[in-house]
Ligand binder design. Structure first.
Ligand SMILES: [Zn+2]
Length: 294
């Protein structure tokens, strides 16, 4: 992938290198003034973590207890290291592309999300964020949270590395922001409070597959504008989508697959929806809530 010419976003806050913060309950030694009680916040606000936590994550659930963290202070502006610059460049490109196609296709102004880079753990508007959760989008502070070591994990654990695979992960999280701007996340959350677990998971799957499709829409327009894709890039993204499907992750984690508990969609679904968006370049092709074939 050729990303070196992408405009680098300034909506990045770099919280890396602040030392990792003990989680949960391991916050001994922090000054009282810098402590913030989190953890139950999502529950109090009635937010479903399956919506808050987007993308390619290998979710470690539980830990609903009270967590204490230092309020992080990140550096604003463009990161200087290669990985940080890459993330800022991909974000910048999603800004440029969505600013153009959002008004044209859905008649709305695009207001870009923020990106927080962290290592280990940090605080998010949706509660404590840990690397193990994988990248996610928090609609409450309209911010994508990303520990760049996730990309190493993709490479090492899933053999799904490559710069376009990583770009796809960022674009997927940005797509959750688009769903948020469309009012979809709020509607889904309201519905999820009314239905049972299986149906609630089904709704999450639709949200996730739509994000995969929207990532494909971005990829198509980015490539048209910047000729950014190189041989093998699409295969990279597809490998990533395959590798981080719920069925694959579950099989690795517990040796069998439980479709009712899927929240991201199977590998096949993720690949298919990404491809749908990439082929059409149209937001409206991504309506996973109105489709005969999910
Ligand atoms: Zn997601």
């Amino acid at each position: 992938m050729r990303w070196e010419d992408f405009r680098v976003s300034e909506n990045v806050e770099d919280r890396r290198g602040g030392g990792s913060i003990g989680l949960p309950g391991g916050a001994g030694g922090l000054g009282i003034g810098t402590m913030i009680i989190l953890g139950l916040l999502g529950w109090v606000l009635g937010i479903d973590p399956r919506i808050l936590i987007g993308g390619a994550e290998t979710i470690t659930r539980g830990g609903g207890g009270v967590t204490q963290q230092r309020a992080p202070q990140g550096k604003q502006g463009v990161p200087e290291d290669q990985a940080g610059r890459f993330a800022a460049a991909i974000l910048g490109n999603t800004e440029d592309i969505w600013k153009e196609i959002f008004p044209a296709q859905v008649n709305r102004e695009y207001r870009p999300p923020k990106l927080v880079l962290f290592s280990g753990a940090t605080r998010s508007g949706c509660g404590a964020a840990q690397s193990a959760m994988g990248p996610f989008y928090c609609p409450l502070d309209q911010t994508v949270y990303l520990d760049l070591s996730f990309f190493q994990e993709m490479q090492r654990k899933f053999r799904a590395g490559g710069d376009f695979a990583y770009a796809y992960v960022i674009a997927h999280e940005v797509a959750h922001h688009i769903e948020n701007q469309l009012g979809l996340l709020a509607r889904v959350q309201a519905r999820q409070r009314e239905v049972g677990k299986a149906e609630s998971n089904q709704l999450s799957v639709r949200v996730e597959l739509m994000a995969d499709c929207l990532a494909g829409v971005w990829a198509k327009h980015s490539n048209e504008r910047y000729r950014s894709l190189e041989q093998g890039d699409i295969e990279e993204a597809i490998r990533a989508a395959e590798a981080i499907g719920d069925d694959r992750l579950q099989r690795q984690a517990q040796g069998y697959v439980v479709p009712d508990s899927f929240t991201h969609g199977s590998s096949e679904q993720r690949v298919r929806w990404f491809t749908t968006g990439f082929k059409s370049g149209q937001v409206k092709s991504c309506d996973t809530f109105r489709t005969s074939r999910l």
